[in-house]
Design a protein around this ligand. Sequence first.
Ligand code: 2PG
Length: 226
Amino acid sequence: MVKLVLVRHGESAANFSNTYTGWSDVPLTARGAAQASAAGQLLADTGIAFTCVHTSVLQRAITTAYLVQDAIGQNWLPIQKSWRLNERHYGALRGLNKDATRTLFGANQVARWRRSYQAEPPLLNVPVAGRAYAAFPTTILSRGESLADASRRLLPYWVDEIAPRLMRGENQLVVAHGSTLRALIKWLENIGDADIDGVEVANAEPIICTLGPDLSIIAKEVLDAD
Ligand SMILES: O=C(O)[C@@H](CO)OP(=O)(O)O
């Protein structure tokens, strides 16, 4: 049966400093790179052969994808990068320390910003800029997103690029971010809006989903180095 493997990037510099990241393009820490390689080693032991790797346009996910591909001995595979797989855009929160925002705005507000489905962060005045996004009109780029917003721009990529390959029986590897993977899991497992706050995705722990012919999840296993 066909396999979909989801991997969140290893520890990033922003994870280390406990700051909101979103579309900030921060690198992996040395620990994060080691975690990515270790995740790849675990995945190598499963012997799953992929036909394509999907990742975002953010370096923490791209570097993780390269390290995983190396470790599984499949770095010849095509790798597709799309902003649709980017982390949820944290708007004006990005760069702020999460503990400091708890002190400023209260734990409940921070919990809503971080884990509710509908809550939008405070928005930036203008969308993100930079060469990675130059091909896209500013009207479709974010100034800040709820998880629901992130899901709406992620799912077209699932429908166009990932699901058709899985339907052909081709195993797919997706290396992305905490929130976009939570949104994808919500979609695949039909989790209600109110229940998504309980779903967490850890850094660099491959989630192996075995899918049925209609792409429903038949089995799910998390590979944890510890
Ligand atoms: O800062 C972020 O972009 C995300 C993921 O690292 O954090 P949180 O878990 O707070 O949504």
